[in-house]
Write a protein that binds this ligand. Structure first.
Ligand SMILES: Cc1cc2nc3c(=O)[nH]c(=O)nc-3n(C[C@H](O)[C@H](O)[C@H](O)COP(=O)(O)OP(=O)(O)OC[C@H]3O[C@@H](n4cnc5c(N)ncnc54)[C@H](O)[C@@H]3O)c2cc1C
Length: 428
């Protein structure tokens, strides 16, 4: 038996690596359990610019700058007619180096971040899983873990941070996970070598969000290093997988059929991947959005996808994983210093964080209701900075809320005047 550390973190993805590193930076003992051996595949490849600030605190900026990851300066949208907006350049809001961000291969990035946690003193155990977390009422009383060699142990840390991603160990255990009925989506994707990029150093790394005909869904188009582009379609689960799998057709053949069916519905993707070579299998994931009803309890905290998951249209998952990891770490270290590990202390960050997540959620729902970026910023040019803030991930500030009134007005106008399909005005 080893002595229990002060803090145990479940999961070595971005949220777990962030929380563990920042707690260890303050001199506390932290043990992290990751069930996989890194590097491992993970989806979620496009960063928002505001990830700069957590990356800086983690000591990751120089590593990112020295990496091969593609530089991202903007997001660009195409509507269901294939008409493309001007890019939303992040630096137009704030000419700071944080407005250049990255497109990553998650296997490489998550490995770098986990090694960075080790360098900061986190006791990392890969291929070791958390089997269960124990509770007396709302208070956690320990957890059972299994190490790589099969040995099992019960630990009694002061704080457990659940960063187990969509496994959401604690919120499933406590039955506090709530699904978002409006956002029952699925994704199908693969990787293409030699697919076309936008011309010029400023645009070649842009994330493209390309809408399907009749606004049935959208493709992401994320350029990566080694001349590879990640291309995936997101739509309602019932639309994408509209028929049960035909007998005798394997999963890859089925995903291939769905993927190319939707490419035909999106000329902006079709012309970009023509002539390129697929260099990975087809992958799929259901991505129902969900959220837990609490961020913390006595002696436990939820961060990243273990707390909540939001539709990936604006690439907000990593920003939410980093920021929840960072906010939670600050409350944990403050609580350890004053010996207060109550739900109130550990969850102090929750209300502001949830407000930010709600802003992103509103923005997501507006997209699926047919929001037209180009038309909106042409009508309300003074609101463009707020739209860009939402795309940057700068969502934890109340001043953003002045965008909703004009935004909903434009939505109402579209519905009342039946202006579908709207002409896609440029965003510039
Ligand atoms: C289709 C799709 C596209 C996306 N695109 C983007 C994007 O472009 N940009 C973006 O920012 N986000 C995107 N996301 C979201 C992003 O993938 C997640 O929000 C992000 O990975 C969350 O990080 P995390 O650390 O909370 O969880 P994860 O990265 O999932 O890490 C959780 C870790 O916990 C480990 N674990 C689980 N259970 C246990 C256990 N019992 N014991 C030990 N370890 C355990 C897992 O192995 C895993 O490594 C996308 C998501 C989807 C589904």
């Amino acid at each position: 038996m080893t002595a229990s550390p002060e803090v145990v973190v479940i999961g070595g993805g971005p949220a777990g690596s962030t929380a563990s590193t920042l707690i260890a930076q303050k001199g506390h003992s932290v043990r992290l359990f990751e069930r996989e051996k890194f590097p491992r595949f993970h989806i979620g490849e496009s960063f928002m610019p505001d990830t700069y600030f957590p990356l800086r605190r983690l000591g990751m900026l120089d590593k990112m700058k020295a990496s091969a990851f593609v530089k991202k300066y903007s997001v660009q949208f195409a509507n269901d007619q294939g008409k493309e907006s001007q890019p939303f350049y992040f630096f137009e809001n704030n000419p700071h180096e944080c407005t250049q961000t990255w497109q990553v291969l998650r296997s490489e990035f998550d490995h770098m971040l986990l090694n960075n946690a080790r360098e900061h003193g986190v006791d990392v155990h890969e291929e070791s899983r958390v089997l269960d977390v124990f509770f007396e009422g709302d208070k956690q009383t320990g957890l059972r873990v299994q190490y790589k060699d099969g040995r099992e142990e019960t630990l009694h840390p002061k704080v457990i941070v659940d960063a187990s991603g969509q496994s959401s160990i604690i919120s499933n255990r406590l039955k506090i996970k709530n699904w978002e009925p409006k956002l029952k989506k699925a994704a199908v994707w693969s990787y293409f070598r030699g697919a076309k990029r936008e011309p010029g150093p400023l645009d070649e790394g842009a994330t493209l969000v390309l809408q399907l005909k009749e606004k049935k869904g959208w493709f992401w188009y994320i350029p990566q290093h080694n001349n590879i582009v990640s291309v995936g379609v997101v739509a309602d689960l019932t639309y994408l997988f509209d028929k049960p799998a035909p007998e005798g057709v394997d999963q890859q053949a089925r995903l291939e059929e769905i993927f190319w069916r939707e490419v035909e519905n999106c000329p902006a993707v079709k012309r970009r991947i023509e002539g390129s070579e697929r260099c990975d299998i087809y992958r799929t994931q259901k991505e129902y959005s969900y959220r837990s009803s609490r961020v913390a309890g006595d002696g436990w905290v939820l961060v990243g996808d273990a707390f909540g998951f939001l539709d990936p249209i604006y690439s907000s998952g990593l920003q939410l994983a980093f920021s929840s990891g960072m906010f939670a770490a600050d409350c944990i270290t403050e609580g350890l210093a004053k010996n207060d590990l109550s739900a109130e202390q550990l969850g102090k960050w929750g209300p502001e964080f949830i407000k930010g997540m709600d802003r992103l959620k509103k923005f997501v729902c507006i997209y699926y209701d047919g929001f037209n970026f180009g038309y909106f910023v042409r009508k309300y040019p003074q609101m463009k900075r707020h739209v860009t803030d939402l795309l940057i991930g700068n969502v934890f500030k109340d001043s953003l809320d002045e965008v909703w009134e004009p935004l909903y007005e434009v939505q109402r106008e579209l519905i009342e005047k039946k202006l579908e399909p709207m002409p896609m005005a440029t965003a510039g």
